[in-house]
Design a protein around this ligand. Structure first.
Ligand code: OOG
Ligand code: MG
Length: 262
């Protein structure tokens, strides 16, 4: 760790205020180029602590920057991990107020729900599939707090990996019998196809993203509890949205989910 506790708390407050007040900020590594990975996750954890103290609850976890499309779009080469709290959740077919966000983008995700605990190190695709209750389609709305959506990996980790809203829908499908690599993914905005992909875009197999998350948490002695919902990462690049837009996601064998921006 390169930053002291006071600086970590200040940066967490700074980034969380930007989220809650929907305004952008400069990326924090500009002022703190010395910060390291532990500092970045410590800031994210402090944002979580602030939310829990206010009565919010964790409802899921996410892996991000797990596809080449996303890594290329954002100019980074390593995945990141974050948390999802209750007020991020939007019902299937529901509405999102863009005035509550800065410059939202939307991306298609394959979502896992676990039936058994996952504890790294040593988790792999097999461990993850054996621990998975079902998968389902999800739309993630990301909203980097950084100006023009530009950041480096440490800055985006501190900012809880741009998390802001998510929508789950479609069908809950057990993983035996489906090949998650070849599932087709089609995302439409206002009736026009905007992004297409397949599950293998996510680290070769979306379960690999869940294994990485379990191994990341395992390094600090944490486990992923049974029942946890996890976004495995955008399959395609993220698409900008504005008020009036309607987005629909279809994933082969898993059904569809949608959301409207107002
Ligand atoms: C970081 C969050 C990425 C994903 O699924 O790749 C993410 C960002 O692109 O702003 O959620
Ligand atoms: Mg995502």
């Amino acid at each position: 760790m390169k930053l002291d506790q006071k600086t970590i708390a200040q940066l967490a407050e700074h980034l969380e205020n930007a989220e809650l007040e929907a305004h952008d900020v400069l990326k924090i590594t500009d002022e703190h180029p010395e910060m390291d990975w532990d500092d970045a996750y410590a800031i994210q954890n402090e944002i979580l602590r602030r939310k829990l103290a206010r009565g919010n609850r964790v409802v899921g976890l996410k892996a991000g920057l797990t596809s080449h499309a996303k890594m290329k779009q954002m100019g980074v080469e390593t995945p990141c991990f974050g948390f999802l709290v209750d007020y991020f959740s939007v019902p299937d077919g529901g509405e999102i107020k863009v005035s509550e966000l800065i410059h939202p983008k939307i991306e298609p995700e394959i979502v896992f729900v676990l039936k058994r605990v996952l504890k790294g190190p040593g988790c792999h695709i097999g461990t993850v599939l054996a621990a998975t209750d079902f998968v389902m389609p999800g739309l993630e709305i990301i909203d980097s707090r950084y100006r023009d959506f530009k950041f480096d990996l440490k800055s985006v980790i501190a900012d809880n990996c741009s998390s802001s809203r998510f929508v789950l829908g479609g069908q809950a499908v057990p993983v035996d019998g489906v090949d998650l690599r070849t599932l087709g993914v089609v995302m439409e905005k206002n009736g026009e196809v905007m992004a297409i992909g397949a599950g293998a875009a996510v680290l070769g197999h979306p379960a690999a993203a869940i294994a990485m998350l379990a191994n990341h948490l395992g390094a600090s002695g944490e486990e992923i509890p049974a029942g946890t919902m996890i976004l495995s990462g955008g399959v395609t690049e993220a698409i900008a949205v504005k008020a009036g837009d309607y987005v629909n996601l279809r994933i082969q064998s898993l059904g569809s989910t949608s959301v409207r921006f107002i």
